[in-house]
Structures are given as C-alpha cells and as structure tokens.
Design a protein around this ligand. Structure first.
Ligand SMILES: Cc1cc2nc3c(=O)[nH]c(=O)nc-3n(C[C@H](O)[C@H](O)[C@H](O)COP(=O)(O)OP(=O)(O)OC[C@H]3O[C@@H](n4cnc5c(N)ncnc54)[C@H](O)[C@@H]3O)c2cc1C
Length: 431
C-alpha cells in the first residue's frame, strides 16, 4: 500500500498501486485486475484515486509512425512530453495539447482533454482513430466504426470503461518549433469576449483574467493568440529548470502570481498589443517550468474549479461568477478563459460550445460554500463542471451537467466495467 494523491494534493489516499509490466499482463492475468487507470496523476481531484490504481508507467513505448500521414500508434503510458521530444525534430506536433505536457496518452483520452485550439481543432480524442481497451480479460479495439459504443464512452470516460492500453492518433505537421504570438490587453470582460470573436479564426487563443478587478474593470485580462510559425528551427524544449522543493505558504503564491500579472499588464511596452515569436514550450506550457509548482499552495492542497457555459449565457454568467468570487474575497487571483467550439459525440466529454473558465483555489474551510454558490450559477446557465479538475461536485450537479450519464452507466454495467473500475469520484457522483 502506498499513499497517493493527484495534482491538487487533496485528498491523499492509501492505495494498492498495480503496475503491470505490459498491457498483455493486464488481460492475461488469472484474476481480473480491478482498480482505476492512472497515468501521471495530473488530474486535480479524485478521478485517478481509488483503493487500488492501475498505473500505465511501464507500458510506455512507441509502436509505429507513418511519416506520410503523421499517424502515431503508441502505448497509453507514453507522455506528451516524450512525443514532443521525439517528433518535434521530425516536424510534427500534437494536434491538441493541454496546459501541461506531463500527461499520458491514456490520461489525455480518458479526460478527452482540450487545448487553446478547441474552437478550431476540437479535443484530443477528435484526432484519435482507434484505441485498445482492456475490460477484465478481454481486449477491445475501439474506433468510430468498431465497438463504437465503447469508443465514445471511453473518450472522456475517466477510466470508468476499462483500461486504455494503446492508441492511434494523428499528429499535425509543423515547419518550426516557434509560435507567432500576439498579446492584447483587454480592459474588461466585454472587451475580451469581443476580442475572442474578432480573432476566432486564429488557431490558439487563451486569456488570463485578473479576478481581483471589479466594477468597470471586471474581467480585465491579457489575451494571448498564436499560430505555428513558418520559420525557425525544429528545436525541442529543455527540461524544466526550477523545482519547488517544499510546500510554500500560499500567501506567497498569491502575491507572486498577481504581481506577475500586474507587471505584465502595466508594462509600458505592452501598449494595446505586442507581437513576438516564442518557443512552443512557454506558449503552451508556462507552468511546466517549475516542477511541482502545486507545492506552492502549501500542505492543505488546492483545487481547480473549471466550468463551461453556453455562449448565449456568456457575459452574464461570467460576470455573475467573477462578482461572486470578488465578493467572497477568497480569490482565485488569476483565471484562465478559453472559447470552445461545438462539442463532440463522446458520452461524458466536457467541452460544449461556449466559454470555459478555470480558477485555482487554495483549500480552506469556507471554500466549498463558495463553490456551491458557483455551481448554482453554472447550473442556472445550463453549464457543467470538468470531471478532470473536480474533487467535490455533487451527484446532482454531475447529472444535471452530463445528461448522457444514464447511457454511460448502462454501458458500464453491460460490459462488466462497473464491477472492476471505480474511482473515488465515480462513487461520489453516482456512476
Ligand atoms: C498544469 C496543468 C494544466 C492542465 N491543463 C489542461 C488543459 O488545458 N486542458 C485539459 O483538458 N486538461 C488540462 N489539465 C488536466 C490534465 O490534462 C488531465 O487531467 C489529464 O487527464 C491528466 O493525464 P494523466 O496522464 O496525468 O492522468 P491521471 O491524472 O493519472 O488520470 C486522469 C483520468 O484518466 C484516467 N486514466 C489515466 N490513464 C488511463 C488509462 N491508461 N486507462 C484508462 N483510464 C486512464 C484516470 O482514471 C482518471 O480518470 C491540466 C493539468 C495540469 C496539472
């Protein structure tokens, strides 16, 4: 037994950590291996926690790559970091990447992760052509044509349909490792939402919002836009240089992040907009530079509250949320806002057409009360919360946000996955 936790460092649980040597071992073991699939533990809450977890760390090999089409087949424990290190020099990049490269392919599929390009290129799973899934002693090859019910449920299914052991997906060609970046100051929420509309054809977009500003400046933000550059070397990233060796008192973090934002925002050189060429690493993964930055929130840990609300509810819903946070004085100090295009068919996939906001909160006694209030606003606007960040959503909140939950539950029962693969989260939300 080992104590394990995920990125938010809450909760910490005693767990049996099973690390099968290969995916074959999973399906040929005498007794069906039960537990919940686990990659690099970069989900924030309790979706990869259980009394027993099945870690993919030992099945982490590339299987094949077609240099004509960019189609890569690999084991599910391969990390996005490894893919970038191997394929950027050959002129290929991830079609979709989350804000950290330290996640596995299995984790990216199970969360159906999104990046800064959802409005143009969809989710990670939209580029997956097939995957292998083990349920008890049976291996299923799943795609939109073969075992399609399992494919749609597994993409975004939080490990609850079985263990993903292999995947085939498309990389995208690049000419350079650099990004043409444009940063624009937006004086408030309305301005940043208008800017998202104006620049909707740009592939990558994200805004950092200052949650402390109120009144006419509510939603004051920096919008970052990007496109892959045509020129520049195909140079990979370096390993992160800094490490957070101990749990830091959280007041230091708040001071640090807000100061960084303020100095960027009030930088005189950053007039209305600034264009530059930056490497993909700081553009996509600014937080990866400090290993274990989650320790900055101190021993108690933290959580990320990420919701999406439909575009029609956009300004009103976001205003209500930002005002509630400012009033509560429990700040999340910086928040990340992105635009989602249309959602896909995956049963429990998070994105839907609209706005998604991700807010980090240090865990305190009062926090869950505030998050319950935010839930009500999200529900009122027909939105939902992201399972991959969640550690406390109620069953009711889950079911109202994910109307296909019943179909998902039935499928789990039909394939016998409900008896074998459960997380603390799945038990809490009634799956
Ligand atoms: C700094 C940071 C930035 C992030 N930015 C984004 C972002 O921009 N967009 C976004 O969508 N997400 C983002 N995330 C969340 C992260 O991408 C997801 O939580 C991802 O699933 C983590 O992958 P992992 O390999 O660490 O999986 P884990 O955290 O170990 O597991 C996550 C889920 O996947 C399941 N799982 C993992 N491996 C398997 C497997 N082999 N078979 C079956 N199920 C499996 C687990 O059961 C669990 O439900 C971010 C996280 C961090 C820490």
């Amino acid at each position: 037994m080992k104590k394990i936790t995920s990125w938010g460092k809450y909760p910490v649980v005693e767990s049996e950590v099973i690390t099968p040597a290969s995916n074959r071992e999973l399906s040929t073991s005498d007794k069906a291996i039960s537990g919940i699939g686990r990659g690099l533990g970069r989900s924030y809450g309790d979706s990869a926690l259980s009394s027993s977890v099945i870690e993919s760390s030992r099945w982490n090999h590339f299987i094949s790559f077609d240099a004509e089409s960019g189609i890569l087949c690999c084991e599910a424990g391969v990390s996005l970091d490894n893919i970038l290190m191997t394929f950027v020099p050959k002129g290929w990049f991830l079609s979709v990447t989350p804000g950290t490269k330290f996640v596995t392919v299995g984790g990216a599929i199970a969360s159906d992760v999104h990046g800064k390009n959802h409005h143009v290129e969809g989710t990670f799973c939209d580029h997956v052509t097939s995957l292998k899934l083990v349920i008890a002693d049976k291996e299923y090859i799943c795609s939109k044509k073969q075992n399609a019910d399992l494919f749609y449920a597994t993409c975004g299914g939080m490990g609850l349909t079985g263990v993903i052991t292999e995947a085939t997906f498309k990389l995208k060609p690049i000419k350079s490792a650099y990004i043409n970046q444009k940063v624009i100051k937006a004086k408030n929420l309305e301005t940043v939402l208008d800017l998202f509309d104006e620049y909707q054809d740009i592939t990558y977009s994200v805004a950092w919002i200052d949650c402390l500003s109120t009144g006419k400046s509510l939603g004051r933000s920096l919008l970052m836009l990007g496109e892959h550059a045509d020129k520049g070397e195909l140079k990979t990233h370096k390993d992160g240089l800094l490490n957070m060796p101990f749990d830091m008192p959280s007041f230091l973090l708040n001071k640090y992040t807000i100061q960084a934002f303020n100095s960027a925002y009030s930088n005189k050189q950053l007039s209305e907009e600034v264009n530059s060429i930056v490497h993909y690493d700081p553009f996509f993964y600014p937080l990866d530079v400090v290993h274990n930055w989650n320790r900055m929130y101190g021993k108690q840990g933290f959580t990320q509250y990420q919701f999406v609300i439909p575009k029609s509810a956009g300004k009103e819903g976001l205003t209500e949320i930002l005002e509630s946070i400012a009033e509560s004085k429990q700040g999340s100090f910086l928040a990340v806002l992105k635009v989602f295009g249309e959602g896909n068919q995956n049963t429990l996939s998070f994105p839907m057409e609209g706005y998604t906001l991700a807010l980090d909160f240090k865990l305190t006694d009062k926090l869950f009360g505030l998050l319950d209030t935010l839930d009500e606003i999200v529900r009122k606007h027909d939105g939902r919360l992201y399972l991959s960040k969640d550690v406390r959503m109620s069953e009711e909140m889950f079911k109202s946000g994910y109307p296909q939950w019943e179909e998902f539950k039935k499928l789990r029962e039909e394939y016998g996955a409900d008896a074998l693969y459960n997380s603390l989260q799945s038990q809490r939300i009634g799956l």
